[in-house]
Write a protein that binds this ligand. Sequence first.
Ligand code: FES
Length: 149
Amino acid sequence: MERQEFLSKLGIGLVAVCTGCSLVSCGGKSSNPGPSTGGNTPPPAKGTGNLFNVDLSSQLPNIGDSTTQDGVILVRIADGNTAAAFTAVQVACTHQGNSIGYNAGQGIFICPAHGSEFSKTGAVVQGPAALPLQKYTVTISGSTLTVSA
Ligand code: FES
């Protein structure tokens, strides 16, 4: 009789544990997006041709000024209206796709999500990102700057 009572209580205990499991961690939808890509998110598909234009007579006058369009961040990195005074790279971090920003003081792109750093040309300076940012071409005609793939 004592053994049966013990097993009965044990059964109730297991039901309680399993119920807790299904309510807390085992059942329903998970917000977990799945396994991490481990810092190897490939860059987005590269478009072709001209992506967008910027009027330099009214935009991006100061070093560190930036604009983001069509998945590309364009930054003024030096004085003057020459192509070398700008850099354009994909805005999505190659680690997990968060938007990067330009730190003018350090002269690098930084991802606020996990701290990856990229050079002005998009090369990885510090992980966890393992792949470089896609770099885009900057050309200038008059006061019109064009970013193209
Ligand atoms: S998304 Fe992880 S470092 Fe950018």
